[in-house]
Design a protein around this ligand. Structure first.
Ligand code: HEM
Length: 302
């Protein structure tokens, strides 16, 4: 594995690749905030003692986004994001950041940064793929899953938080799990008005939420013998799957950041966990917080 870029170098390179506007997120620059609840199933409560998995409804803050580092029209093909902050009774929170690709291309942060740079210069992408054949299985899996697409709605796609997390039960027994946020909405739930503007995905959600909640079921795959929890690229056989709960988004909320160069940033951090949840040694998971902190520093005023 190459020496990873420093957070400053990574953020410099990613910002340069997109030429995105100052004061915005380096990636997932365009997004909006929503509120709702999460309620865990008894099966999840039995396996994990974390406060938000106690089976009662807990508030969530959700941000749906497009992955690009600049605010493009929603009609452009892109990976989409669903970041969720689960609020516990004591005011603390834990975060999961999902995106539409079911797999991550690499365990090496340098390769991720280089691939993002190459994706923004279409002529260099074939060369990148030819010199990094290890990412091809993910590219194929993502294309098959329609991960880099033009979805009709954030309400109709599955989001994958990628990393494994260790669930600890009341006695300290650990279960490694990987999450998927699966939608319950169908084509039949679509708003009737035709939406074609730059922000059509967000306009669609506003129209949909006027009529009722948008629900994603939270499923987890439980690691089987031999499944590696310490790698973003490992493909699990999985011992079983279980329904862990439901995220029910009920309304858009005003941007809590109040626009670019905010002094009150909302930060979703995949390493923000609470008692009952453990981090793996996955090198991508461990790399992310430093890069996110640097990105937050560039988009805020202190
Ligand atoms: C080395 C790997 C990665 C790097 C360097 C990276 C970098 C970033 C950066 C700089 C941001 C903006 C943070 C901010 O300003 O608040 C971001 C946001 C985001 N990333 Fe990553 N990322 C990586 C891997 C991933 C993975 C594996 C996922 C999905 C599982 C993911 C999903 C997201 C999402 C959903 C957001 C938007 C969060 C929000 O709405 O505030 N990223 N990423």
């Amino acid at each position: 594995m190459a020496r990873p870029p420093s957070p400053e170098q990574a953020i410099d390179r990613l910002r340069r690749a997109f030429g995105g506007p100052a004061g915005h997120r380096t990636l997932h620059a365009k997004g909006r905030f929503y509120s709702g609840t999460f309620t865990a199933t008894p099966e999840a409560t039995a396996l994990c003692r974390a406060g938000h998995l106690d089976g009662r409804p807990h508030e969530v803050t959700v941000r749906w986004s497009n992955a690009a580092g600049t605010a493009r029209a929603d009609a452009k093909p892109d990976i989409r994001g669903m970041a969720v902050k689960f609020w516990l009774d004591d005011g603390s929170a834990t975060d999961l950041l999902g995106q539409t690709s079911p797999r991550f291309p690499t365990d090496d942060p340098e390769v991720f940064v280089a691939m993002t740079e190459a994706t923004e210069k279409p002529l260099t992408l074939p060369l990148f793929l030819a010199t990094h054949p290890g990412v091809l299985p993910t590219v194929v899996a993502s294309l098959r899953a329609g991960a880099v697409g033009r979805p009709a709605s954030f309400a109709e796609v599955t989001f994958y938080p990628i990393h494994a997390y260790g669930w600890l039960d009341a006695d300290g027994n650990r279960t490694w799990v990987r999450y998927a946020f699966r939608p319950t909405a169908t084509k039949g739930d679509r708003p009737t008005e035709e939406l074609t503007g730059r922000d059509r995905l967000f306009d669609e959600l506003a129209a949909r939420l006027e009529r009722g909640p948008v629900v994603h079921e939270v499923w987890v795959q439980v690691a089987g013998a031999g499944d590696d929890p310490h790698s973003a690229t490992s493909v699990w056989k999985g011992a079983r799957e279980l329904l862990a709960g439901r995220i029910e988004v009920t309304a858009p909320v005003d941007d809590p950041e109040g626009g670019p160069m905010s002094s009150t940033p909302t930060v979703f951090d995949p390493s923000r966990v609470v008692d009952g949840i453990e981090l793996s040694d996955d090198p991508i998971l461990r790399y992310r917080p430093g890069a996110y902190t640097e990105s937050v520093a560039r988009r805020t005023t202190s």
